[in-house]
Design a binder for this molecule. Structure first.
Ligand code: HBI
Ligand code: FE
Length: 290
């Protein structure tokens, strides 16, 4: 029996997953045969709805990755079959977990190129909003880019950085990088802004909002600026950070010792997401700008 973790940044919270049968690294069996027809139907509804938005709103690498891992609308993916395709592409695999897992285990998985995917899927009345990651968020949002070699290398570097940040007591600062890239990142492409963050891509509303709404600020990605910025977990983002390429993201994180940066930022108050600074590379100034 493994103790369920508390959700990051949300304080103590009842988690929905079942943590009784987890291995020491918090993995479980997927038990694909146990999904009900109703659960496959939820997947089908969500997949179909989001897939229709990708060509217009998502980074092309996401569309390519989704095809490469062999997911489709017919049924919840079998993780073993996905791994057969993913491993030769980037050396990554996905592992089944009950839900959120403790930070140290999450970072250890990423550093070892394994991405934890929750085994449970949301209920029919939760199609539009959930406060914990489920299988649809984890899979549809995160797994496609693991097929991209540059992004995959960044994720591994993030896991390694996470382990160092823990030793430094600076996970909260590094987590802002994850939030504003892996979860809510935008990419500048010749065709215009496109979403690549999993929090965006697993939400129908935010997929459109992040790219088209006049409300949020959109500012060029700079790792120190990102580490200094607060984020909101209970609404669409007021600030998106925009990368020009996945190489930029990788280079900002790989081989850099963030220790001095963590010390410099320390416990200074976070910059509100509504704030645009004179030093920002502004792409769009939002109507929320303070
Ligand atoms: N566990 N399953 C899971 N998925 C996450 O995204 C996750 C987690 N545990 C910790 C965590 N994220 C965050 O604390 C870090 O990204 C900072
Ligand atoms: Fe996520």
């Amino acid at each position: 029996m493994t103790k369920p973790p508390s959700a990051p940044t949300r304080g103590q919270l009842e988690l929905r997953g079942t943590y009784e049968h987890t291995a020491p690294d918090y993995t479980v069996e997927q038990r694909w045969d146990h999904y009900s027809e109703g659960e496959h139907a939820i997947w089908r509804t969500l997949y179909t709805r989001q897939r229709a938005l990708l060509d217009r709103y998502a980074a092309p690498e996401v569309v390519a990755g989704l095809g490469a891992v062999g997911a489709d609308e017919r049924a919840i993916p079998r993780f073993a079959a996905v791994n057969d395709r993913l491993r030769p592409l980037t050396g990554w695999r996905i592992v089944a977990v009950p839900g959120l897992i403790p930070e140290e285990h999450f970072f250890a998985h990423l550093a070892a190129r394994s991405f934890p995917v929750s085994v449970w899927i949301r209920k029919p009345h939760e199609l539009d909003y959930l406060s914990e990651p489920d299988l649809f968020h984890d899979f549809f949002g995160h797994v496609p880019l693991l097929a991209n070699p540059v992004f995959a290398r960044f994720m591994q570097a993030y896991g390694e950085a996470g382990q160092k940040a823990q030793a430094h007591g600076a996970v909260a600062l590094l987590a802002r990088v994850y939030w504003y890239s892996v979860e809510f990142g935008l990419l500048r492409t010749p065709a215009g802004l496109r979403a690549y963050g999993a929090g965006i891509l697993s939400s129908k509303g935010e997929t459109v909002y992040s790219v088209e709404s006049p409300e949020p600020n959109r500012v060029g990605f700079d790792i120190e600026r990102v580490m200094r910025t607060d984020y909101r977990i209970d609404s669409y983002q007021r600030m998106y950070f925009v990368i020009d390429s996945f190489e930029q993201l990788f280079e900002a994180s790989y081989g850099t010792d963030f220790g001095p940066l963590y010390d410099r930022i320390g416990t200074t108050p976070g910059i509100p997401p509504e704030t645009v600074l004179p030093t920002d590379r502004v792409i769009t100034r939002g109507t929320v700008a303070g």
